[in-house]
Design a binder for this molecule. Structure first.
Ligand code: PLP
Length: 429
């Protein structure tokens, strides 16, 4: 076990200044029983902590860094924009470029608005759905996380799942009451709810591939059936593609599954590591957004020139990249661990798609939040800490996705396989 002297020193100071010493809950490592590592810099697939240790990073800032840390061209474009000023609160040319590249790639987005986070994108999308349908209620799924706005912080995944706080304090019952929560992948329950209540329901929102209860895939036809049912009942379908946007291919999960929602939310990758989100829909729906229409939404830093430059260059690079490379490495990594587990009798389930994966410490298939929650989080914590001590940084919670970037090499993956195998056997702990 290494000493992590400086990390501990900073952590003690941070604890006095920020709740649990962090600015976002899962970073505190509560779920894995350790102390957070303070990061100094990142390059490619690696991050370096303040004590001089390096890690192969599978968190990648929770998804945005699909090109890896400090990508040369992305940094260059960002610095160039930075030198011209940090913010104008007025239109800039690159907003058009970014809007073009996104709307051409994501079929449901004829028009969009840029915002500063995924939370803001989803919050605005829900308001838009309510404005368009003139109805109030929304349907979400257990374990899906859609940011921390009031109506969506009900039975949430991510940090809320990690800490078993399905309903946050401070969310008025009057808000939560407008949110129906159903189990992911259960189309019959959606059908029944919409049959009984569609008069009051504005939208059904989900992660088309779930990342925030760990990776959970939509069952066969779940998405297409949702599309058919929502259409039939005049309820809008919102895909929260904050994680999945540009993660599997140059577009969203909607391109991959060929199911087109009414409204789409983006974040993470489209900002390339800076603060940027977007929501978009058909011209008809987007015409409701102020000042064209009566749905208000605004932002001092919306379409920020530095974030736009960073996101734009990231997408321009991604457009020319073959996604098979990271998918191949991910499949290899997951298969290797699965085979070891099988051979040696460890009970794990690995869910993966594209370059996302989660190792669940459970023996049954995980296709819902209920099943994800049956995982042995103590075993996950041991696996996490063993991997961390050996130089592999994975998500500090069972209920999160891990990611590969285009900076991850075959030798990174081979080293990770060795570490994962040993971590599974309880070495390094
Ligand atoms: C991360 C995430 C959000 C929230 O985005 P922030 O930028 O953290 O506000 C919303 N939805 C999904 C699916 C996410 O993964």
């Amino acid at each position: 076990m290494t000493k992590a002297k400086r990390s501990k020193f900073y952590y003690r100071q941070a604890l006095k200044l920020m709740p649990a010493g962090v600015n976002s809950p899962v970073r505190a490592f509560y779920a894995v029983g350790g102390k957070p590592v303070f990061i100094k810099k990142g390059k490619g697939s690696r991050i370096y902590d303040v004590d001089g240790r390096s890690y192969i990073d599978y968190v990648l800032s929770w998804g945005p860094l699909i090109l890896g840390h400090a990508h040369k061209e992305v940094i260059k474009a960002t610095v160039q924009a930075l030198k011209c000023g940090t913010s104008f609160g007025a239109p800039i040319k690159d907003e058009i470029e970014l809007a073009k590249i996104i709307t051409r790639a994501v079929p449901s987005m004829e028009m969009l608005r840029l915002v500063t986070s995924g939370t803001e994108a989803v919050m605005s999308a829900v308001r838009l759905a309510r404005a368009f349908t003139k109805k109030n209620k929304i349907v979400k799924f257990e374990g899906c996380y859609h940011g921390h706005s009031d109506s969506l912080l009900v039975a949430s995944g991510s940090g809320a799942a990690t800490f078993g706080v399905p309903n946050s304090l401070g969310v008025p019952k009057d808000f939560a009451k407008n949110t129906f929560v159903l189990p992911y992948n259960d189309i019959d329950k959606v059908d029944a709810l919409l049959k009984a209540n569609s008069r009051n329901i504005a939208a059904v929102i989900l992660e088309p591939v779930c990342g925030n209860m760990g990776v959970v895939l939509p069952r066969n036809n779940f998405l297409s059936e949702l599309r058919a049912i929502t259409k039939k009942h005049n309820v809008l379908l919102i895909f929260d593609e904050v994680i999945t946007g540009f993660r599997f291919l140059f577009g969203g999960a909607q391109n991959l599954f060929k199911v087109i929602p009414d409204i789409t939310c983006l974040g993470k990758i489209i900002g390339g590591g800076l603060a940027l989100g977007a929501y978009g829909a058909s011209r008809e729906i987007m015409s409701l957004v102020s000042p064209l229409g009566g749905m208000y939404q605004a932002g001092t830093l919306s379409g920020n020139p530095v974030a736009v430059a960073c996101g734009l260059r990231t997408l321009q690079i991604l457009k020319k990249i073959d996604y098979n490379k990271i998918e191949g490495l991910t499949v290899r990594l997951c298969k290797n661990l699965e085979e070891t587990a099988k051979r040696e009798g460890f009970k794990i389930r690995i869910n993966h798609i594209g370059s996302m994966f989660t190792v669940f410490f459970t023996k049954e298939e995980v296709d819902s939040y209920q099943k994800a929650k049956r995982s042995d989080t103590k075993k996950y914590a041991a696996f996490f800490n063993a991997a961390l001590n050996a130089g592999i940084y994975i998500a500090p919670s069972q209920f999160e996705a891990n990611f590969l970037s285009f900076a991850h090499s075959l030798s990174d993956v081979k080293f990770t396989e060795t570490v994962f195998n040993q971590a599974l056997r309880g070495e390094y702990v």
